[in-house]
Design a protein around this ligand. Sequence first.
Ligand SMILES: C[S@@+](CC[C@H](N)C(=O)[O-])C[C@H]1O[C@@H](n2cnc3c(N)ncnc32)[C@H](O)[C@@H]1O
Length: 316
Amino acid sequence: MSPVKTLAKSQLNTSLAKPFLKWVGGKSQLREQFSSLYPTQLKTGEIKKYFELCTGGGAIFFDVIQKFDLNQIFLNDVNQDLILAYRVIQCHPWELIAELVHLKEKLFQLEIEQRSELFYQIRKEYNQQRINFDYQKLSTEAIKRVAWLIFINKTCFNGLYRTNKKGDFNAPFGRYKNPKICDQENLLRVSEILQGVTLVSGSYRSLDKFIDCQSFIYIDPPYRPITKTANFTAYAKSRFNDASQVELSHYYAHLSEDYGAKVMLSNSNPHNSDPVDDFFHDLYCDYKISEVYATRMINSDASKRGKITELVITNY
Ligand SMILES: C[S@@+](CC[C@H](N)C(=O)[O-])C[C@H]1O[C@@H](n2cnc3c(N)ncnc32)[C@H](O)[C@@H]1O
């Protein structure tokens, strides 16, 4: 059954678009706290260019684009499948919705045991296809692949994107009764706000040539783990270790000093587990460091999960 195109534009505008994938380190719960740390020039309309260099689920992008009047927006992430998803939603939302509706119907006609079989079969095909996949073309295969990505994100355990060292998606089946595989209204809203947005997949340096002194840049790199067991860095194939964090801090200084851009960067706060670990306070000692409160799953024992702080570093 193909979806019915019933949403008029006026209906779409009554609600806000939100992240379409659940992502490790997602910032949805922190939007309000972050928004008080945006540069004043964004609020006064002097800044018209927005960049997100490690986009992930894009919670801050969704906030910024729907609050401020911007005329150039650039999103980058090293994860090719993630950027492919944004591109497919931008250009082919209805075809994607049709694929998702098809997957949803296939899942919902099965008993729970058979549902997990379907999940593992799709996860296997998704991983096998990655090896020789052409990420440039927005082909029928690309639309199908993005539908698979959304399907496994919505039906896997904890609903997160998790890969092993090889880059294979490896989260297990989640046993949800009624996972929201196809949120048609939100996908259409996301498609609408992505019109005109430049989407790039590469290192965080990829957008360098577009940046100038009227740019606001948000960087949300993989977190530095705050406990020995926490594995917050398994987002994509490569691990983002302390040397990578140091390298990124040099890039931050470059954006700030050479371009005069307004830059906001977030990361975990080492003080949560070790009050004398000044790793980020030393790296970013020339800039302003604020703390925001977050609830994160940093402990496998649910009763020990609680509020921790995260750092937001700004050069303004
Ligand atoms: C903390 S997540 C971002 C979470 C996001 N702000 C959200 O709200 O969901 C970090 C992202 O950085 C990306 N990443 C990792 N290494 C990168 C690199 N070298 N250049 C660009 N992006 C990178 C990962 O693919 C991941 O999506």
